[in-house]
Design a protein around this ligand. Sequence first.
Ligand SMILES: Cc1cc2nc3c(=O)[nH]c(=O)nc-3n(C[C@H](O)[C@H](O)[C@H](O)COP(=O)(O)O)c2cc1C
Length: 201
Amino acid sequence: MKKILKIVSSVNGTASKSTKLADSIIEQLQATFPGSTVTTKDLAKEEYAHFNTAHLKAFRGVGDASEAASENADRQSDEAIKAVEAADVIVIGVPIYNFHIPSTLKSWLDHVVRNGRTFSYATGKPEGLLKDKKVYIAMTSGGVYSEGPAKQMDFAPSYLRSLLGFLGLTDVQIVRAEGCDVPGLSETALEKGLQTLVINN
Ligand SMILES: Cc1cc2nc3c(=O)[nH]c(=O)nc-3n(C[C@H](O)[C@H](O)[C@H](O)COP(=O)(O)O)c2cc1C
């Protein structure tokens, strides 16, 4: 039995392909680990503020934001980190918007990345403090980036692996459905992506 945290970052609601792919991954997780629970955070419905002066003061103790503003910034970050800490498995739906991850997901990640909470330089070297969690990324894109002429713009997978790895989340599997908006590819994109899914302990 696993505690699954599902992160939705599409703005497409029930028509979202990345959410559909994430749900298919979760279905297979639930079949493999009966009794698993799912907690969902929909970043299109509950937005995390862009990193601002209040966050700088709350997270790093510098800047000139008011106490109230920085306390509020702290609260949202605490809540995001608690949700991540409570999960055994994190499934993140990631549509590619304008060549990268949705800005709502970037903001959520900016709340999760916190010195002394999710990473530390206490030993002089960076250490990720989130341990023993599996992350599945359900990534959908209109075009194809993993190969061909657009490969040089394939920023999102390496960004996510680098950032999550910095936090200690090194067990990351990216399940990609590419060509979701290309006739001839779109019809089978989700299914082909799902075929690359490997579930292990
Ligand atoms: C605002 C916007 C920007 C997009 N930018 C890109 C892009 O840069 N590259 C790409 O391949 N597809 C792009 N797409 C297409 C989406 O990645 C694709 O339709 C994806 O399946 C959407 O996932 P969703 O239904 O979960 O939102 C964009 C779509 C939207 C709405």
